[in-house]
Write a new protein. Structure first.
Length: 191
């Protein structure tokens, strides 16, 4: 009983000190909130050429997911040397499962069809001091065994997660971009 009373008494004392300081006009020091990182994402030319095959709604959704993932990683795990802004281009993306458009265009496909997916991303990041740095990153799955239970964009989402982790740690990747991740044609699907 005695040990639980001590933290409670200390807590009341600290609360009392804060009330007295507030009443006397003394401001309590608050850490400055870190600004929300600015992240933009758009479709690159290679992916734009595949929009008709993949479907505009699916492409728009995956571009939004890229921006949201990077924004969340920069906000949630921001290190001093991490960028405060990222202007990204989703150069290419390949789904692991057929999109609605692909299912409609190819009667031989089913929602159970699976393929190797991935994404290629380029862009520019900006740091607190105003300097900018280009980035390029790509990830492509190499084995269907690694995609057991994969959702529609699992490998593209992995690419976003890996890139977000790198940026949050202040590591700016400069991969040799594989702009053409995959063809997204009927022949790539496995049943």
């Amino acid at each position: 009983m005695r040990t639980s009373a001590l933290p409670s008494a200390a807590g009341r004392l600290l609360t009392g000190v804060a009330v007295i300081m507030a009443m006397s006009g003394v401001a309590l020091a608050q850490p400055a909130p870190s600004p929300a990182p600015e992240v933009t994402a758009r479709v690159g030319p290679a992916l734009a050429a595949k929009v008709r095959k993949l479907g505009g709604a699916d492409v728009n959704e995956i571009v939004k997911e890229l921006a949201d993932t990077i924004r969340g990683d920069l906000q949630g795990h921001h290190k001093a040397n991490a960028p405060i802004r990222a202007d990204l281009v989703l150069e290419d993306a390949t789904p692991n499962r057929p999109t609605s458009q692909q299912l409609g265009d190819n009667p031989g496909l089913s929602i159970d069809s699976v393929a190797l997916g991935g994404a290629a991303i380029s862009g520019v990041v900006t740091f607190d001091d105003g300097h900018t740095e280009p980035l390029s990153y790509s990830f492509r799955q190499i084995s269907l065994q690694d995609d057991i239970g994969a959702g529609q964009w699992t490998d593209a989402e992995r690419a976003f997660d890996y890139l977000g982790d790198d940026l949050a740690r202040g590591h700016i990747p400069h991969d040799r971009l594989a702009i053409r991740v995959a063809d997204s044609g009927f022949d790539q699907w496995r049943h």
